[in-house]
Design a protein around this ligand. Structure first.
Ligand SMILES: Cc1ncc(COP(=O)(O)O)c(C=O)c1O
Length: 343
């Protein structure tokens, strides 16, 4: 099976397993743990922030970021297709108690005019903006990378009004590789940034939320509130450290494979995907022209040994990662081509 559903399928490397065996076992939420502390410090350094706090998932780092910035009051502005609005089961409203205002956008970037109009102060008659949100890379739009000048504009407008900015950087290292900059150059347009070591970086679990010392101290309390204290988390943090040390540069291979995949599918039919719009390791494929739904495509491809997930009624998401080679990408394209001819 060629499994292209997600980069979270990546298994830990031998070096990660070795580091896990040797990790410390301090109770992180009682006395602290040296390995967790090291990962948090590395995360802060990579994102150019003062401090970091380790959590089990990207969803939790996002939730804790909202709670810490907004304290259960106000409105969050974010792009309509953001992961938080589409795949985090409404925690923004049901757990964090926040209003949200989805702004239409393209390739993960909010329409700037609509954003400018929506950014507003609290008055006696209206709820003001408590937080502005960006996502880079942007999952739902096929791993697109937000340009830095766009991020600068969004952040500049928010900061001029005293509104904090959060960056959901679950795949910030993919964005950094794609833009050819250090992750800190992306994170600087936000007050808080989170990223995951559990995706293309191949660690088994974990995400880190970074910001100022004061922000992270308050975030630790909200992490506890939502059940995110991990106690003896040294072994999981150890794998995260190896992920940051050894797995970042190779993401370029996943990007090259994603381009190869997109080019192959585009040769079958140009309506499927525009390779020029593939920025990182996610490829969104539109199958509407075939008249068959994504779920049907997914079932048919599986019978040919290729596993992909539908991400909309007529869209599939292909994700390249460490366990998919260029040759397997070509096999996946060939399988798709034979089904397309039969459709
Ligand atoms: C952009 C983005 N944010 C947050 C998450 C949530 O991460 P997790 O699955 O670790 O909760 C994901 C997961 O794919 C994501 O793509």
């Amino acid at each position: 099976m060629i499994d292209l559903r997600s980069d979270t399928l990546t298994r830990p490397t031998e070096a990660m397993l070795e580091s896990m065996r040797e990790a410390t076992f301090g109770d992180d939420s009682r006395d602290g743990d040296a390995t967790v502390g090291k990962l948090e410090a590395m995360a802060a350094e990579r994102t150019g922030k003062e401090a970091g706090v380790f959590m089990p998932s990207g969803t939790m780092t996002n939730l804790v970021a909202m709670l810490t910035h907004c304290g259960r009051g106000g409105e969050v502005l974010l792009e309509d297709g953001s992961h938080t609005l589409n795949a985090e089961l409404g925690g923004i409203a049901s757990v964090a108690g926040l209003f949200y205002h989805g702004i239409p956008g393209r390739r993960g970037a909010m329409d700037l005019e609509r954003y400018r109009e929506a950014l507003r102060p609290t008055t006696r008659n209206q709820m003001g903006t408590a937080l502005v949100w960006m996502e880079n890379t942007h999952n739902r739009s096929g791993g697109s990378v937000l340009p830095l000048d766009y991020m600068e504009k969004v952040s500049g407008l928010a900061r001029a009004k005293g509104v904090p900015v959060h960056l959901d950087g679950a795949r910030i290292f993919n964005a950094a590789i794609s833009l050819g900059v250090a992750p800190g150059e992306i994170a600087r347009y936000s007050d808080s940034t989170c990223f995951c070591v559990s995706k293309g970086l191949s660690a088994p679990v974990g995400s880190i939320l970074c910001g100022t010392q004061n922000f992270v101290e308050r975030a630790r309390a909200y992490r506890r509130m939502v059940g995110g204290n991990m106690r003896q988390a040294g072994p999981v943090a150890a794998a995260g450290i190896v992920a940051l040390e050894t797995m970042v540069d190779r993401l370029a291979e996943d990007h090259a494979n994603a381009k190869r995949l997109a080019a192959g599918l585009n040769r079958i039919d140009a309506s499927l995907v525009d390779p020029g719009e593939v920025d990182s390791n996610l490829v969104r494929v539109e199958v509407r022209k075939s008249g068959r739904r994504a779920a049907q495509w997914s079932a048919d491809l599986r019978r040919k040994g290729v596993v992909v997930a539908p991400c909309d009624v007529y869209s599939l998401r292909f994700v390249t990662h460490r366990h998919v080679s260029a040759a397997e990408v070509d096999e996946a394209v060939a399988a798709f081509a034979s089904l397309w001819r039969d459709s």
